[in-house]
Design a protein around this ligand. Structure first.
Ligand code: HEC
Ligand code: HEC
Ligand code: HEC
Ligand code: HEC
Ligand code: HEC
Length: 408
């Protein structure tokens, strides 16, 4: 009896070893090794906090600190939606969200619970998307969706300088990857497990900009000239404030042309929107992201005589076919009208001509709309935000505005 038991154990053992070999061929060996090695070091050693880099890279640190990426696990919208996701899915520790918002969890899957605790405390000591989470990426596996980052957790940082100055803290290796869109797409392409839904960025590879060799970095990490590390000689540097929804890059998002035709009863305004962005605008994650186009007509004494709003968004549908702003609960897309890469869109509005004034003001405004969704959700986001309604999530962000006075 006992003998057969031992034989069985051997058989099972050998079988599992064989299966492990088979499965690991599927995945690049670096990925398998990385997972194994990292678990022997405490997470804080493997992924040093951004504070550690600040000592020598003050400029970069300050730019990053002002960026959205430094707040990837801090915002109240993230905390509240993470909770909702953990309640509604099988993934009780929210590992899927951490895949991009705190990718150290990819190497330390057992730390998802630690992150959840830290986030609930409201003042996490661990970085979400900090210096190490980006600069220890050695390779990206493009065959997975989203492309999968492979980390090397040693004292070498990766970057794009071919001749970095030496220093006592780390070695540096230059990789072409750091200057390529492929690198960014690892966290900006789609939600893992939701591959059936269309990508977030849209057909960016076919855009004129990408075809001409313009990478994500060219617009979102604009080049400047200055110190890369404190006291080193000036050279080409890359801005780390990641301008996007906030910051200067917005000025280059769209051009508007407005044509007003005054008629007896109903007048007409035609707005031609040319997107200059080589990806979807807006990017439809989180699911409540939307851009608003507002037409306002002011008549006598600048009184509002007409107002109409249109939205560019992706409306997700859940299991029951109902619209939801929670993309992680989505199984399909019910409606989509985001501006595609470099798309030209024409919108026509008609409205009653104001009759009591010699002229009217035509005002067209395009903004990122504030957060919206079920009332209890929006309320929870407000309650948990340090600034309440003044938090960024509740502020519309203007992209472009056009105003003209038209004689009647
Ligand atoms: C490890 C994952 C990861 C990588 C790699 C990454 N990002 Fe991000 N990025 C994020 C997350 C998460 C956020 C959102 C943070 C938040 O607001 O909660 C973000 C936010 C941004 C924003 C701000 C968006 C806004 O609404 O204004 C820009 C711009 C951006 N990333 C560009 C880039 C570029 C360019 C690259 C490549 C150089 C890149 N990202 C690489 C995870 C990543
Ligand atoms: C594939 C990577 C990826 C995954 C997975 C992911 N996010 Fe994001 N998330 C991002 C990026 C990138 C942004 C910034 C998007 C932008 O501005 O266009 C973002 C932005 C957000 C925002 C708005 C910014 C903020 O911090 O308030 C929220 C909220 C958010 N994500 C919640 C979640 C939740 C909850 C999950 C898990 C269900 C999740 N995300 C999964 C990449 C990801
Ligand atoms: C003791 C000072 C010091 C500390 C601490 C330090 N660095 Fe550096 N780092 C340097 C110097 C010096 C350079 C070279 C700058 C140059 O060539 O102009 C550099 C270069 C780099 C580069 C560019 C490498 C390349 O090949 O493109 C990256 C990326 C980088 N550091 C990341 C980090 C990160 C991430 C941390 C924190 C984990 C960190 N550094 C901590 C001094 C430091
Ligand atoms: C979202 C990923 C991401 C994050 C977060 C990030 N970096 Fe970078 N960093 C990059 C990329 C990509 C480049 C190369 C840009 C290029 O060549 O266009 C770069 C370039 C650099 C460089 C050389 C150029 C320069 O501007 O000095 C240094 C040094 C550096 N990073 C340090 C840091 C430090 C320190 C932090 C944290 C405070 C940090 N990075 C956070 C992606 C990131
Ligand atoms: C030619 C310049 C350009 C390139 C290249 C580019 N973007 Fe953008 N991107 C923009 C502009 C402009 C905006 C701002 C739109 C606005 O604020 O109205 C933007 C917005 C964003 C945002 C935040 C806006 C949102 O709707 O949530 C993210 C995140 C982003 N881009 C990521 C990327 C990634 C990833 C790549 C590479 C695949 C990339 N971008 C390539 C110009 C560019």
């Amino acid at each position: 009896m006992q003998k057969t038991f031992y034989v069985m154990r051997w058989v099972v053992g050998l079988f599992s070893v064989a299966m492990m070999l088979v499965f690991s061929i599927d995945r690049p060996i670096t990925e398998v090794l990385a997972v194994k090695k990292s678990q022997t070091k405490p997470l804080e050693k493997a992924f040093p906090g951004s504070q550690k880099c600040k000592r020598c890279h003050l400029r970069v640190f300050e730019e990053w600190e002002a960026s959205a990426q430094s707040r990837s696990i801090l915002t109240s919208a993230f905390r509240v939606s993470l909770e909702r996701y953990r309640q509604s899915s099988e993934d009780k520790e929210g590992a899927m969200c951490f895949r991009c918002h705190a990718p150290s969890v990819l190497e330390y899957p057992d730390h998802a619970a630690v992150y959840v605790k830290e986030i609930e405390s409201g003042d996490p000591r661990l970085d979400g998307v900090g210096c190490s989470q980006c600069h220890l990426i050695k390779e990206v596996n493009p065959d997975r969706h989203p492309p999968h980052p492979l980390y090397q957790l040693e004292r070498t940082v990766f970057g794009s300088y071919t001749k970095p100055a030496e220093n006592l803290a780390h070695q540096s290796i230059s990789l072409p990857l750091y200057s390529q869109s492929q690198y960014c797409v690892t966290c900006h392409e789609n939600l893992p497990g939701h591959e059936k839904l269309p990508d977030l960025l849209g057909p960016w590879q076919q855009s004129k900009k990408q075809k001409a060799g313009t990478q994500c970095q060219s617009c979102h990490m604009p080049e400047a000239f200055g110190e890369s590390a404190n006291g080193e000689r000036n050279r080409k540097i890359a801005n780390h404030s990641f301008p996007g929804r906030f910051g200067k890059v917005r000025a280059e998002a769209v051009t508007l042309e407005v044509d007003t035709k005054v008629k007896e009863q109903e007048s007409e305004v035609t707005v031609t929107i040319q997107s200059l962005v080589p990806h979807n605008l807006p990017l439809p994650h989180p699911g409540w992201s939307r851009v608003e186009l507002d037409l306002t007509i002011l008549g006598k004494n600048l009184r509002k005589t007409y107002n109409e709003r249109r939205y560019y968004e992706r409306v997700f549908g859940d299991n029951n076919g109902k619209a939801t702003v929670f993309d992680f609960e989505a199984v399909k897309v019910l409606k989509e009208n985001v501006l595609k890469p470099e798309e030209k869109r024409i919108e026509t509005f008609t409205f009653p001509t104001p009759h009591d004034a010699p002229s009217m003001d035509v005002i067209v405004t395009m903004t990122y709309a504030p957060i919206h969704g079920p009332e209890p959700f929006v309320k929870a986001v407000e309650e948990r935000a340090a600034l309440g309604r003044k938090a960024r999530a509740f502020q519309p962000v203007q992209i472009v505005r056009f105003k003209e006075n038209v004689k009647l």
